[in-house]
Write a protein that binds this ligand. Structure first.
Ligand SMILES: [Mg+2]
Length: 427
């Protein structure tokens, strides 16, 4: 009796020598803030960069990459982006999570950088070409009181911003998320940088009822000063319970916000049902999400209007593009996360993707410091309120090792928050 031989697995072809990843380096530097960067080099010397920065937990991703991922990359085919993404996601067995997904993102973006350089075109061309002339960006205005806030809005308008996020101090609360400690936004320090180089996280205080009373009066003042046309955004930074968020959304309706961001903690997707039932203020969420599954209920039930993921924390261009396409089915647009802890590499990746997709909405922009831009030389531009990734091949970002050597890693922590009775709250 003859037996049919079992099929043997088809061998994955060996990469051409020029395409094999010959070098993988994890670069950690702190040009005014910490950044983790992955640099891949192919057999013929093409270089790709990926951002792996996880603010306040940077070295965990550096170790994940250096100890567990780099050995898997050497010799792999740099052309096989989807295959490498799936391999890293599935072969770890322990899926998802910010450390894993930031590491995968860095590999993914570095491979897209290499592929676009191999093709001899800016990355957005490889992703389908431009869907628009530029990417509308919003800046962060803040003030310890309303007059200081109005000055900050004016300064952002002078700097070219045409959409503004508004954050302000709350009477009775000592320090509030998103409010700069000094009013200037240019020079050697950031307008607002939450991560601080301290041995322990700074503890801030919080009072949701005082916040809910105060914020509508702030938007009333801003609308009175700047009129009805200026797109205004606000970030609740996960601090409200669902009924509180519903109340805020409703009370802000007269001021016609572009969006209300992160109104509740993101883990409970169902919470947004309650918020949605009570307000037509557009809702944006997702900067701390790391996979498509975090958006599943929110998109299927049309509970949000903008997805806030970043390339860096959502597994790279490969993953974020799938989320954007899924969002497009529900007329949900993008508003990719763009604080200063998204490195110029991560920002460039967001801009190439944002330029190429149809359902781009808006891009967050916190300009990087001069020191950061010495280390990361980027072709990105910001003109007339619009960002553009530039026309350099690949991502359009180069990493300057010599400049980086002057800025060694320094531990830094994001703050934490307690209510006035001492209870730990969402920061
Ligand atoms: Mg935010």
């Amino acid at each position: 009796m003859s037996t049919t031989p079992l099929a043997l697995p088809i061998a994955v072809p060996e990469p051409a020598e020029r395409d094999a990843i010959a070098r993988a380096e994890v670069l950690v530097a702190s040009p005014d803030r910490n950044f983790v960067t992955l640099r891949l080099t192919t057999g013929d010397g093409l270089v790709g960069l990926g951002d792996a920065t996880l603010n306040g937990r940077e070295l965990a991703v550096a170790s994940y990459l250096a100890d567990h991922v780099v050995p898997l990359l050497l010799g792999r085919d740099a052309q096989r982006i989807e295959d490498t993404w799936q391999f890293l996601y599935r072969s770890a067995y322990w899926r998802r999570g910010p450390v894993t997904m930031a590491a995968i993102a860095a590999v993914d973006v570095a491979l897209w950088d290499i592929k676009a350089k191999r093709a001899g075109m800016p990355l957005y061309q490889l992703l389908g070409g431009a869907s628009r002339a530029g990417l509308m960006a919003y800046g962060h205005a803040s003030g310890r009181d309303v007059p200081e806030l109005l000055d900050s809005v004016r300064r952002h308008l002078d700097e070219g911003f045409r959409s503004i996020r508004v954050q302000t101090s709350v009477p009775g609360v000592r320090t509030v998320y998103g409010v700069a400690s000094q009013p200037t936004s240019t020079g050697g320090r950031y307008d607002y940088e939450p991560a601080q180089r301290v041995p322990l996280p700074v503890e801030e205080d919080w009072d949701t009822r005082a916040y809910l009373r105060h914020i509508p009066t702030v938007f009333e003042a801003v609308r009175a000063e700047f009129g009805p046309g200026l797109p205004l955004l606000h970030d609740g930074h996960h601090r409200m319970r669902p009924i509180e968020a519903a109340k805020l959304g409703k009370s802000l309706e007269p001021y016609d916000l572009f969006w209300l961001e992160d109104c509740t903690p993101a883990e409970n997707q169902e919470a947004l049902r309650l918020v949605r039932q009570h307000t037509t203020t557009p809702l944006a969420i997702g900067e701390v999400f790391n996979t498509a599954w975090d958006y599943q209920t929110l998109l299927r039930e049309q509970l949000i209007d903008y997805v806030r993921g970043s390339v860096t924390h959502t597994g790279g261009i490969t993953a974020l593009r799938k989320i954007a396409d899924q969002a497009a089915m529900y007329q949900v647009r993008t508003g990719f996360h763009g604080p200063t802890d998204i490195s110029p590499v991560g920002m460039a990746a967001a801009l190439h993707l944002g330029l190429a997709i149809h359902n781009f909405g808006i891009q967050e922009l916190m300009p990087h410091s001069a020191h950061t831009l010495e280390v990361f030389r980027t072709s990105c531009t910001f003109t007339g309120g619009y960002l553009h990734p530039g026309e350099s091949v690949g991502l359009g970002v180069d990493y300057d090792d010599e400049a980086a050597a002057a800025f060694p890693y320094e531990p830094a922590y994001l703050p934490t928050t307690r209510l006035h009775d001492g209870t730990v709250h969402d920061w």
